[in-house]
Every structure is written in structure tokens, then in C-alpha cells.
Design a protein around this ligand. Sequence first.
Ligand code: NDP
Length: 244
Amino acid sequence: MQTKGKVVIITGASSGIGEAIAITLAAKGAKVVLGARRQERLEKLISRIKADGGEAVYRVTDIKQRDDLVKLVNLACQTYGHLDVIINNAGIARLSRMDDGQVEDWEEMIDVNLKGTLYGVAAALPIFKQQGFGHIINIISTSGIKIAPLQGVYAGTKNAVRTIAEALRQESGGNYRVTGISPGFVNTELVEHIPDEAARAAMKEKMAQIAIAPQDIANAVLYAISQPANVDVGDIVIRPTVQD
Ligand code: NDP
């Protein structure tokens, strides 16, 4: 399997799914380049990966800042000489009813989940085109597939990412691969950051009942990355078996 030596950027690596992806890929010999805002968490993760014999660097990154993504890509290229994969994983879920009018939360989700992902794509594409290879992996959501109350704008941002990714794939001309991974309920701190109390309580209850582990998503990322260069893994949906 072809993971050893690959240079992989992971946004949102400071917790949950991103952290599990970083540990999993580093254990398979990938050189991971980690971005998120919480420096202490990233430092701890780097120490853990290095203690286990892996290779990793980080840069404090706010994906709402376009330049932060450029700098993260530069860090990967300057440290390891090239870039194989960018995993646009960072995201937030500020869920609420539409008639609650939480416009600032809508904007924040658009800025992080959609524009932040696009900034990652914009930063990586010139490198991929120049190299003639690369791989964009977006962590999307089953929310974008089965639309539910409270999840309107969140699902909208995720579906926008899915739509754009398909155009990207068709435009790639074989220069890079594009993979979308859509998790269902995964046990992470994502729901802890939902400002709306009722929405947070509902999601936490659902999580406690059915959520799968971040490792289950990391395994899918590993699968997509480790396929031969002529194999493009498109969309993968991974949800709890009992999720409706
Ligand atoms: P977590 O809350 O554990 O992780 C979210 C990550 O995103 C954190 O590392 C956080 O780091 C980072 N992040 C948030 N905002 C920014 C920002 N502005 N700039 C940089 N990094 C940021 O949740 P998950 O691991 O669950 O979420 C990962 C992805 O998986 C998200 O895109 C989410 O939408 C998606 N997903 C999750 C599901 C679930 O059930 N958990 C289901 C479907 C999809 P920091 O705060 O340090 O910046």
C-alpha cells in the first residue's frame, strides 16, 4: 500500500477526526503537516506522533484566513519538498432552526466549512498542477445527503463542497485525485461547540446512542490515500449501522 513517505496536510488536526487521521497516517509512514488554531493541542499531537516514530510538523492555522492555508502548504513543501495530499477536515456545526435567525452562525459555517475548504483547495492546486500529482480529500457529512431539521446551513455548506469537488475532479486532467468522505455521527467534540442549547442537547443524545469512532473515518482516509495513483476513490459514506 502506498502511504509511506507521502506528505499530507490535515486541517482541524487538533481534535476528533483530524487527530485520528494524523495518528493513523503517521503510523503508516506518512509525513503529516498539521493545522488548527489550538497550538497546545497540536504540540501534544506532534510529540505523540514523534514518540511513536512518526514525522510531523504543524503551523497554527485559522482556515478563515486565506493566507494561513498558503503558509501551511508552503510549510509542507519547504519541509518535505513536495505535497501529496491535502485533507480539508476542519469544520464547525452551529446547528439551529432557520427561524431562529442565527445569521452570524450561518456566516461562520460558510466561512469555515465552505470558504475555508476552498482556501485549502486554492493553496494546494498550483502545487498539484506543477507537480503533476496530488490528492484533495474533503471531509463532508451525511448531513449533506439526508437533510434534517436544524442542519440546513451546515448541510448546505457540506453539499457545496461536494458539488465543487465533482467539478474539480472533472477538471483535474489526471493531475490530481479528489475524494469526498461523508461521516455520519462520530464521537467527537463537534457537538460541544453547538451554541443552541436545544440543538446541542439533541445532538449529544444522538451521539451517545449511536456514534462511531473517529478511527472509523481515519481508516477510510487511509484506504483512499493508499490506492495506486491511477485509482481515484470518489465518495465514501461511513455512518453508524443504525443511523437512519
Ligand atoms: P472536532 O470539533 O473534534 O474537530 C473540528 C476541528 O476543526 C478542530 O480540530 C478545530 O480545531 C478545527 N477548526 C474549527 N474551526 C477552525 C478554523 N477556523 N481554522 C482551523 N481549524 C478549525 O469535530 P470533528 O472531528 O467531528 O470534525 C471534523 C470534520 O468532520 C468537520 O468538518 C465536521 O463537519 C465533519 N463531520 C463530523 C461529524 C461528526 O459526527 N463528528 C459528522 C459529519 C461530518 P481548532 O479549534 O483548534 O482550530
